[in-house]
Design a protein around this ligand. Structure first.
Ligand code: AMP
Length: 215
């Protein structure tokens, strides 16, 4: 868990690779559904573009279906989910039915001014899904070639300043309370500073999760 721009996708992907487990990002799944023009994508569109959360029942169905279809036998990483207490409760039910439980909840912490800076500089590749910062690309211009696959990079619609403000507010009011909810449960909540180089954050994350596994 973490606010928009905290690095959930970047760190989650690296962690999943290290652990050899799949990563399920509800944001990525919704964006994929939009690209594919499915009913789910159409339903999610207006919430996402406004920086609001997609309704809990839609997300819970999506997660339930994803976990049923996936090879999750060695575990999995959830990225960007749960985002409300209702989703956390729903996840608890889904996991209980599967005879599973969460090992840890990661709280990736980044100060608000850094989040705004990162989100305004974020560019994504619509073809290969790579995520870049304007600094890495040496330009914030849309359409310049993705270093991975040469397609023109874009700014996410919801990374524009008005929507960013709303997404941060939604995080503070609807998602942050989920951390307190987990803190009051028996799932360990591991707070990790998300600032500094990507590799350094990843090192901290692995260290903290390994410590957790040993205690
Ligand atoms: P993300 O890529 O995680 O920042 O998600 C982008 C957008 O997708 C969010 O601003 C929401 O509109 C929607 N979304 C992603 N995950 C969830 C979730 N767990 N619950 C509700 N909406 C979500």
């Amino acid at each position: 868990m973490g606010p928009p721009g905290a690095g959930k996708g970047t760190q989650g992907a690296r962690l999943a690779e290290w652990l050899g487990v799949p990563r399920f990002s509800t944001g990525d799944m919704l964006r994929e559904a939009r690209r594919a023009g499915t009913e789910l994508g159409e339903r999610a569109r207006r919430y996402m573009d406004a920086g609001e959360l997609v309704p809990d029942e839609v997300i819970l169905d999506l997660i339930d279906e994803t976990l049923r279809g996936a090879d999750a036998s060695r575990g999995f990483i959830l990225d960007g989910f749960p985002r409300t207490e209702t989703q956390a409760e729903g996840l608890g039910d889904v996991l209980a039915r599967r005879g599973e439980s969460l090992d840890a909840v990661v709280d990736l912490q980044v100060p608000e001014e850094e989040l705004v800076r990162r989100l305004s500089a974020r560019r994504v590749c619509p073809e290969c899904g790579a995520v870049w910062s304007a600094e890495e690309l040496e330009s914030g211009e849309e359409g310049i070639p993705c270093p991975e696959c040469s397609a023109g990079v874009e700014q996410r619609e919801d990374d524009r300043p008005e929507t960013v403000r709303r997404r941060l507010e939604v995080y503070r009011t609807q998602t942050e309370p989920v951390l307190a909810w987990y803190a009051a449960s028996d799932v360990p909540v591991v707070a990790v500073p998300g600032t500094g180089p990507v590799s350094e954050v990843q090192r901290r994350l692995r260290e903290r999760l390994t410590e957790g596994a040993e205690t």
